[in-house]
Design a binder for this molecule. Structure first.
Ligand code: GLU
Length: 268
């Protein structure tokens, strides 16, 4: 299936970056990658795009900052690490983005911000005003206060919910893999990266979940669920590799990087 999007028409973009793109396994910040991402996003903003960044990493960075060798198992421990790490993350974002004179703002959300009408309206207005003020919002889940009733749970879904309320033109979820494959590339050297992934295809879903393997590939299950929210709403949604943030230049110049989610025929 071939679907082309005129990327030069995309204006309001939500970019989601995950913990593995921002940190080393120890939880220490991967400064080179973080700095590169910030440079590219600042430059894309200079090009005229409106960018909202959804960034994970709070818990891992908190764990790294405290020098723990693994994440605490209990909820208060994780929430405390999130509080420590979020602060460090925002300090670095603010510092690096400031080098390019980009002003940033932090928005921490829980699920009720999207579900309760009045809260959704308030948070939407905040986003829109920040964009109008030429500020780049940086979003994470408010991990330190989330309990079961109000948790979104993963930042792919969070990025989709944000894209919906701000009526973004595109959502780009950066992963540690190039896109959606037709089978598990770790097992099948002939696996092919799909340029478009049909959300309605059982075959694609099975490839996405890495059926038969113990781990889903590149967090693809939640990326698929996120795209199931945004694609039907007309928000062009891609997953692409976040390893080299400069690839975003090639992406916006029209190269077919990553995988675009589409709604096609059902095959089951
Ligand atoms: N909010 C979590 C964090 O910042 C990450 C959740 C996710 O990556 O899906 O550590």
């Amino acid at each position: 299936m071939s679907t082309t999007v005129d990327k030069s028409k995309l204006q309001r973009i939500v970019v989601k970056v995950g913990t593995s793109s921002l940190t080393y396994p120890s939880g220490k910040i991967h400064l080179r990658k973080m700095e590169e991402l910030i440079t590219v996003l600042s430059d894309l903003k200079n090009r005229g795009l409106e960018i909202i960044l959804v960034s994970s990493g709070a818990i891992a960075v908190g764990v790294g900052k405290m020098g723990y060798d693994k994440r605490p198992a209990d909820l208060p421990g994780k929430q405390a690490c999130a509080a420590i790490g979020q602060c460090e993350l925002m300090y670095l974002y603010d510092k690096f983005f400031s080098q390019y004179h980009v002003k940033v703002a932090q928005i921490l959300l829980t699920k009720d911000a999207f579900e309760v009408d009045e809260r959704r309206e308030n948070v939407t207005n905040t986003f829109l005003r920040l964009l109008q003020m030429d500020v780049l919002p940086i979003v994470n889940e408010n991990d330190s206060v989330t309990v079961e009733e109000i948790i979104v749970g993963d930042n792919d879904t969070l990025s989709a919910l944000v894209a919906l309320i701000v009526q973004a033109d595109a959502l780009i979820m950066l992963s540690d893999i190039d896109g959606v494959y037709d089978s598990d590339p770790r097992k099948n050297p002939d696996a092919i990266k799909l340029e478009t992934a049909n959300l309605n295809s059982k075959r694609v879903r099975e490839g996405v979940s890495g059926a038969g393997s113990s781990h889903a590939i590149g967090g693809m299950i939640t990326k698929f669920s996120a795209a199931s929210l945004t694609t039907p709403a007309g928000i062009h949604t891609w997953v692409m590799n976040g390893e080299e943030p400069k690839d975003l230049y090639r992406f916006f110049d029209g190269e077919p990087l990553g995988t675009l989610f589409v709604e096609g025929e059902e095959d089951d």
